[in-house]
Design a protein around this ligand. Sequence first.
Ligand code: PEP
Ligand code: MG
Length: 890
Amino acid sequence: TKFVFDFTEGNRDLKDLLGGKGANLAEMTNLGLPVPPGFTITTEACKVYLETGSEPAPLRDEVSAHLKALEATMGKKLGNATDPLLVSVRSGAKFSMPGMMDTVLNIGLSDSSVKGLVKQSGNERFAWDSYRRLVQMFGKTVLGVEGELFEEALEDVKRAKGTVNDLDLDAADLKGLVKTFKKIVKDHAGRDFPQDPREQLDLAIHAVFDSWNSDRAKLYRRQERIPHDLATAVNVCSMVFGNLGEDSGTGVAFTRDPASGHQGVYGDYLSNAQGEDVVAGIRNTVSLSELEKLDKKSYDELMNIMQTLENHYRDLCDIEFTIERGKLWMLQTRVGKRTAAAAFRIAVQLVDQGLIDLDEALHRVNGSQLAQLMFPRFDEEAKVERIGRGIAASPGAAVGKAVFDSYTAVKWSRSGEKVILVRRETNPDDLDGMIAAQGILTSRGGKTSHAAVVARGMGKTCVCGAEELEVDTKKRRFTTADGRVVEEGDLISIDGSTGKVYLGEVPVVPSPVVEYFEGTLHAGADEEGGLVKAVHRIISHADSVRRLRVRANADNAEDANRARRYGAQGIGLCRTEHMFLGEERRKEVERLILADNDADREAALEVLLPLQKTDFVELFTAMDGLPVTVRLLDPPLHEFLPDITELSVRVALAEARKDPNENDLRLLQAVHRLHEQNPMLGLRGVRLGLVIPGLFAMQVRAIAEAAAERKLAGGDPRAEVMIPLVGTVQELEIVRDEAEKVLAEVQAATGVNLKIALGTMIELPRAAVTAGQIAEAAEFFSFGTNDLTQTVWGFSRDDVEASFFTAYLEKGIFGVSPFETIDRDGVGALVRNAAIEGRKTRPDLKLGVCGEHGGDPDSVHFFHEVGLDYVSCSPFRIPVARLEAGRAAI
Ligand code: PEP
Ligand code: MG
């Protein structure tokens, strides 16, 4: 294997091997853009290093060969005493992990080569500044010295000079700092700062490899669901300098606004600065239009390059650039992160520009972005007190108590508080707190600051650069422009779509995207730059290409109506348990359970029948013309009986008063009799139908009579009856015979020809394994992936999230709860097999899923792959399922 690629050898399709940064540097090099020459060490080399603890044997020679070639190209030698070549060593994984891994700049500087740099640049201050930056960065990231030590030393020198600005330090000050920094290294790393440039390079490469497994990188990957085994590439690139004077500088830019999607050029520029100065928000940046005034030639070239990149990548790109004495250099580009709204807008804009087609546009958005757009937002009419305004960095409406450090954010949110993390600016150490918080507020930094970039990536609300707020993290408070003080624990609200900051809790209103689905959007109300139009176009396209149908889990007319508005093509799961609740019905259910003779039992069922029939008539009316799968009673009986403790107390009190209640006594006996250690594995589902005579027959009769009534009224009811928790075909056969008898009776009595399909849920491993047999008695299957996940893993669905899932997620046993996203290898394999075996028995077997996974983006793709006919999910998730079903189909 080849472990090192020159920038001229790679291309953008090699992200697995070269990482995103390396692949795109190669792509830009091949496009003829001004990229400083360099080479990339592959992720494969990193994997070997991380597995074995040392670099692969051939790496050293390969790096030597590429370094030699680079030196030849540049006409300089690494760390040479008279005319040194300097290089940067940057991490770059397949997926962008902003600020999570290490970078070292100015490799090659030493006590001797710094003099060469003075000569080469004719700028003594610059040379010593570069050297002190190297010792500082190298000391911190490679040798593990506490970064604060360097910062304090720097502050001391500035204080002594009576300044707060780095630029006021002269060559002598910086020379002194190098000496101090080297001493800090020696004292705290137990070794001298290495003077041999090749040793610097090798150590820096290893440090970047190691940074793949730093705590913050691991946490970020878990959060972003980036696999842990990808490893990082390392880019070794000849240095260009933005800190050579006022005709130099460095900047970042987007080809479109990553928050709104509006076309144009957005970016920040900082003159006489290097590398991370911009992103870290240390000094105030200027906008790109200022750059036009400062350096028109570089500005024009930058505009041209940005246009080239947009056309080439056919997408929004973000870039990092440096200007060295009036010469523009491209240091990085990638397809840029964006907000959910911008993703939809940009996709449609690019279609209109003829750069991509609608299939591609559909690929470029996803269900979780659509879900984000459906969140409520702040009510603009509400009487609120605005206390500041920053940059709208990542949208959403977040309310919480102000906290001023990551630790408190985590602690308070663990105890159930909603918090907003308020910082002057964030850095990678704040990641825990950012995850725990509802939103992030900073007083410094722009759209490209750490807080903004990371929050956007996490889909978390963020307002940054609210400069009139004076944040004092030590005193745990911030002060507004008019002198008001907000202390830790005070409630604030931040609006990531407008950048506004409010005191107190601001009420929220529905999003325009929800109003669009609801059909309540006022004409002309789509002021948000065509967001609703973009959603409409893309989801319509998804509908036209998807194979999966989308149904709703709904059990009353209101939810059914909403589901229809959101585009449901039927009901995939009507849970009938609520039809047994409510005071009147509960009484009858108790009577049913307590009955020790047929007459009592039948009397109770007779009362329940018309009530349930009315419910079904309403439901079939709402879903007229569309299938409605009604599931017969499923939950364990104790859910319908009084709580055992409460009832015991009531009985004991009555006894103490010598006034025993006959009914309570019988009820208590029944509660004891029906008490189960594992109710989820007990008397529930089809088992109820088998042991309580007449229960399922009553439900089937209510369904059939409701359907007949609707038919006679000219409607088009399409009822289907579904039996839950079946484990063997024998259970199903018994229930089926009984149901068919009832259907025939209702048909005879009403004269209506009812075509009601009978099917089953597949939610036990045994049912999935014997699906071929079960299909003999079932006209359709609906996978109950909630119970199937519970029984396949042996995880109690009601308990695990609170007990040990956090530990499992932390240990990386799974990246996401299997109750949320289908476990493809385990539960999914059973689903796939059951679909195949079921269809072998009955080729026209209809297949659906109605567990929570039916509305989960990733799971929808899986259900498409295994050939189900439909997914069913809660009404609110239907748009997401429609979109993802479309994405799965192209
Ligand atoms: C399931 O188990 O996946 C299901 C849909 O049924 P319930 O959630 O009602 O048990
Ligand atoms: Mg179930």
